[in-house]
Design a protein around this ligand. Sequence first.
Ligand SMILES: NC(=O)c1ccc[n+]([C@@H]2O[C@H](COP(=O)([O-])OP(=O)(O)OC[C@H]3O[C@@H](n4cnc5c(N)ncnc54)[C@H](O)[C@@H]3O)[C@@H](O)[C@H]2O)c1
Length: 258
Amino acid sequence: MENADQPQHVVITGGGSGIGLATAGLFAQRGAQVTILDRDPAAKQAAADIGAGFAALDVTDEVAVENVAAQLEAQSVAPSILVTCAGTLQRTLPPEKLGWPEWDKTISIHLRGTYACCKSFGTRMAARRGGSIVTIGSVAGILSGPLHAYGPAKAGISYLASSLAAGWGPSGVRVNCVAPGFTETPALDKGLSGGALDSGPLAESAALGRLIASKEIAEVIHFLGSSAASAVTGVTIPVDAGFLAASGWTAYGGLRRP
Ligand SMILES: NC(=O)c1ccc[n+]([C@@H]2O[C@H](COP(=O)([O-])OP(=O)(O)OC[C@H]3O[C@@H](n4cnc5c(N)ncnc54)[C@H](O)[C@@H]3O)[C@@H](O)[C@H]2O)c1
């Protein structure tokens, strides 16, 4: 049984912005020691602002991931929770226009990067016989869309949550995945301001008729990471304002809004 009174050291990749930063802030606010790992040097200031530690890391570099995991393990409080938020959003392109460099980069950051972090940190948690990992998938990994690299990468991340949960469950490590819907973050804002996305249809596609705040995703990540979810492992939980629930209604003329 996980002990809620033990000090928690939470490591968050991509913690310098958006969902990762909201999650880092929430864990810090609730008393955890937090370390942000991000490839953007500006994340150092964001970490300092919430009292978190920081190390520069590109999650696609598995040697660097392994090194930082070894360094953090040697600290007084070894990481007991890993949250893998590092990621970028993919441009919506038809297959004939989606080049291999963009496809490889997307798969590398999301699927390979998530696996590398789970492998380095999860192996150490398993050796210590306890820990909790929360990965970030997407509704795009559950329902098809014009995202021929991002979607498969996110589907793979969901798969890993269950395969790693089964692999490390006997060693007391839980692994779960949160699959956000359209969430207000700097990454989504970039798509909106560049004209690639339109907030109206994005909001309308969800049953609740709105975008999601980063804090709403962070709350579910916090739940899954903490001992409150001590019997939950191997699952993907959509936090999507009802995007998946509403998707089948298009064939019937869409949702009836009052
Ligand atoms: N915003 C959404 O609507 C949405 C929806 C579903 C899933 N997601 C997922 O949530 C996660 C966070 O996205 P966000 O919207 O908060 O984006 P964001 O751009 O606000 O934050 C992403 C962070 O990841 C960091 N990062 C990117 N590549 C990295 C790498 N290779 N190594 C280390 N750090 C790296 C960035 O520097 C940034 O700080 C991503 O995995 C994204 O796919 C987002």
